[in-house]
Design a protein around this ligand. Structure first.
Ligand SMILES: [Zn+2]
Length: 369
C-alpha cells in the first residue's frame, strides 16, 4: 500500500472503530472472481464477521491480503491452507487506547498485541503523543518514523492535547493566552489534516491537567467537520468522577464532536456505587444528541506513573519545581497528606505495585508493593 492509502485507511478505520465497538463490512457470502489461486484459505473456522451476529462456520479465502471469498464450503484450493476447525476467525481487533508509541521502537514486532489478535493500535492516548503538531514535531515526521520501523501492526495516532500545551505553554499551571490558544488550535488543525485520528487529553497528568474546559472545547472544535472523536482520560476517576464525566460531555457538546471516555472506572471502593450514575450520564448525553462512548479495561488494576499519586498543583512548573516543593516545609506536609489520602482511597499501599522503574539502581523495587 502507498503511504497515502494506508493513512486514509487508518483515519477512516479508526474513526469508525473509536465510535463503534465492532467494525466490519463483510457480507455473509462474498466472492471476488479472479483466476489466480488464493494465497490462503482458512477452513471451517467459526467466523465472527464483526457485525455483532453469531459465529458461522465458513471457509475464508484471501489473496494479496484481502478476502476474496467466504462461504460454508469453498471448492477453491489455496496455496496455503489452514485447518481452522475449532478456532475463531475474526477481523483484526483495534486497540483504541494503546501506549505502544513508547514500546514500538523496542519491539516493532509487537507480539504482545499481535498474539491477542490485535492488528491496529491507536496511540497518542491520555493527552500524550509523539508529535505536537508544531513545525518541528509534526504528525508527518512521526508517521515517517513509524513507517521506517515497519511495525507488525497498523498504527494510528491521536494528537495529545497535553503534548500540544507542553509545546506552547510549557509546564506552568496557568491559562493559555489568546495568542497561545490560537497557536495550539493551529497545531491541532495541522496534525488532523496530516492524518491524526482524533484528540486525546490526560487531565490527571501535567501539563495537560492545566487546561481549562474552555481550552479543551477550542482544541476539539477542529474534530467536528472531520467526524473524529475526542478521547479523554478524565480529570478525575474517583471522588469527582461524576463532575469529570460532566466536563467531558460539556467539551464534546461545545466542540460538537464525538466523545470517548477512556478506561471508564469508579476508583476506590467508596466510589463503586457511582457506576449506575456514570452510565446514566452517558445515556442522557446520548439522548441529548452527544455521540458519547466509553471503554473499559478487561482487568481490575490500572497502570500509571507514580506521579499520579501526587496532586497536580504540586507539579506546576515541572519536575524541578515539584522536587523543590517536596523539600519546602510550607508545601511538603500538604503534598504528603493529599497523596496519602489518595492511597487510602484506593485501598492502601498494598494495592500499589511497582511495575517498572527508569533508574537501573532501583530495579529491586520492580514487582514490589
Ligand atoms: Zn489513561
Amino acid at each position: 500500500m502507498t503511504p497515502l492509502s494506508r493513512r486514509a485507511f487508518l483515519v477512516q478505520g479508526t474513526a469508525a472503530a473509536c465510535a463503534v465497538p465492532a467494525m466490519g463490512a463483510v457480507g455473509p457470502f462474498i466472492h471476488v472472481p479472479g483466476r489466480q489461486a488464493p494465497d490462503l484459505v482458512l477452513r471451517g473456522g467459526a467466523v465472527f464477521d464483526g457485525l455483532g451476529g453469531a459465529a458461522r462456520e465458513m471457509d475464508v479465502a484471501m489473496r494479496a491480503g484481502r478476502i476474496t471469498a467466504m462461504a460454508p464450503r469453498l471448492a477453491v484450493r489455496g496455496r496455503e491452507e489452514i485447518d481452522a476447525r475449532g478456532l475463531v476467525v475474526a477481523p483484526g481487533f483495534v486497540d483504541i487506547h494503546s501506549h505502544g508509541d513508547s514500546s514500538l521502537r523496542e519491539d516493532p514486532r509487537a507480539e504482545s498485541v499481535i498474539r491477542q489478535g490485535i492488528t491496529t493500535i491507536v496511540v497518542g492516548a491520555d493527552g500524550s503523543s509523539r508529535f505536537s503538531g508544531a513545525a518541528d514535531r509534526s504528525f508527518s515526521d512521526w508517521e515517517r518514523d513509524v513507517s521506517a520501523m515497519a511495525p507488525a501492526v497498523n498504527v494510528a495516532s491521536m494528537i495529545g492535547l497535553g503534548s500540544v500545551r507542553g509545546a506552547v505553554v510549557g509546564e506552568a499551571d496557568r491559562r493559555a493566552t489568546a495568542d497561545e490558544l490560537a497557536r495550539m488550535v493551529a497545531m491541532v488543525e495541522r496534525a488532523l489534516s496530516e492524518g491524526a485520528c482524533g484528540t486525546s487529553s490526560g487531565l490527571e497528568y501535567t501539563p495537560g491537567a492545566f487546561a481549562t474546559t474552555d481550552e479543551l472545547v477550542a482544541l476539539c472544535r477542529p474534530l467536528a467537520r472531520r467526524g473524529l472523536p475526542y478521547a479523554t482520560h478524565m480529570r478525575n476517576e474517583d471522588d469527582q468522577l461524576l463532575e469529570a464525566i460532566d466536563e467531558s460531555i460539556a467539551v464534546a457538546r461545545g466542540a460538537a464532536c464525538a466523545l470517548q471516555l477512556s478506561h471508564l472506572k469508579q476508583q476506590g471502593t467508596r466510589n463503586w456505587p457511582k457506576l449506575t450514575a456514570s452510565l446514566a450520564r452517558l445515556r442522557d448525553a446520548r439522548a441529548a444528541g452527544v455521540d458519547a462512548w466509553f471503554d473499559v479495561y478487561p482487568y481490575e488494576a490500572y497502570q500509571t506513573g507514580l506521579t499520579n499519586l501526587f496532586p497536580v498543583w504540586a507539579r506546576d512548573g515541572g519536575d524541578a519545581a515539584f522536587l523543590k516543593r517536596l523539600d519546602d516545609s510550607a508545601t511538603a506536609p500538604r503534598i504528603r497528606s493529599e497523596s496519602l489520602s489518595k492511597v487510602e482511597m484506593i485501598g492502601g499501599w498494598d494495592n500499589v505495585q511497582i511495575a517498572r522503574v527508569r533508574n537501573t539502581a532501583d530495579r529491586d523495587a520492580e514487582g514490589q508493593r
